[in-house]
Design a protein around this ligand. Structure first.
Ligand SMILES: [Zn+2]
Length: 269
């Protein structure tokens, strides 16, 4: 691999290109090909790798994304930190469309996804007690505040299998549990980053109120058109936020408890 990068960025629904003057490279991994070519460019003195997790033509629905290949490709390129913006639904009235949530916990409601690099014979049980990088999260929170963007400092994201959206009953259950945000891709993406020793932060852009809000008949259930419309309107804001975070990241230091991991420890398929 001739390219060495510092930071990886995964683009979500509605977010298919990021930097200018990119070199696009084709990467192959023991887990197959990532969702698309990876775009590499410099920004603020750092080498950035960008990969739209659904593919540029949104050809991979959430449950079909090659998560392991995407994460392995970033690790091969040398990325030590990953920023992961996502389009997400809100489960609480005070978290509004257009807001950002810097999630600190997830609840996994997905099924059947390839969600580990440890299929044996090497076995490792990695803690996911605190799945998100504390240092990257703090940088994101500070960047959001300084840019004047409504940024919620923490949140639990419930990750559903998709591609369908929630029923009213499911959505009511999730909000009653006290969960904040709903999404289809955070699991296993964040956990696979952890297994590979890559610091990871999610920037959830709120696009909708899932299946609606309790006692609010005026809020209609989410549709795909609505998600993409709100994302389009906020795309520049997401990019501004990412640029600000990248400027503030010190790629030479690490002040968090995220475990480190060498690819040599992996038994490949
Ligand atoms: Zn970390």
């Amino acid at each position: 691999m001739d390219y060495k990068v510092d930071i990886g960025v995964f683009g979500g629904s509605g977010f298919y290109s990021f930097l200018s003057n990119v070199v696009e490279i084709e990467v192959d991994t023991p887990y197959g090909k990532p969702s698309d070519k990876i775009a590499i460019a410099d920004y603020a003195g750092k080498k950035i790798a960008f990969l739209p997790r659904h593919g540029k033509a949104h050809q991979f629905p959430p449950h079909m994304i090659p998560y392991r290949a995407n994460l392995y490709a970033m690790k091969m390129l040398g990325a030590k930190k990953i920023l992961a913006p996502t389009a997400s639904g809100s489960l609480k009235p005070e978290i509004k469309p257009g807001d950002f949530v810097i999630c600190d916990q997830f609840v996994d409601r997905t099924t059947g996804r390839k969600d580990t690099f440890f299929d044996g014979p090497v076995t490792k049980h990695i803690s996911s007690a605190h799945p998100y990088c504390s240092e990257l999260r703090q940088i994101a929170i500070n960047a959001g505040k300084d840019l004047g963007i409504t940024t919620h400092e923490k949140g639990t994201v419930v990750v559903i299998q998709g591609p369908r959206f929630s029923t009213v009953a499911e959505s009511r259950w999730f909000s009653k549990m006290g969960w904040d945000v709903i999404n289809m891709t955070q699991y296993p993406e964040v956990y696979l980053a952890k297994e590979l020793g890559i610091c990871y932060a999610n920037i959830a852009l709120i696009t909708d109120y899932d299946a609606g809000l309790e006692g609010r008949d005026d809020i209609a259930p989410v549709t795909e058109e609505e998600v993409l419309k709100v994302f389009d309107e906020n795309n520049e804001k997401v990019k501004k936020m990412l640029f600000e975070i990248i400027k503030r990241i010190d790629t030479d230091s690490k002040n968090c408890d995220c475990p480190e991991f060498d690819l040599k420890e992996l038994s490949l398929p």
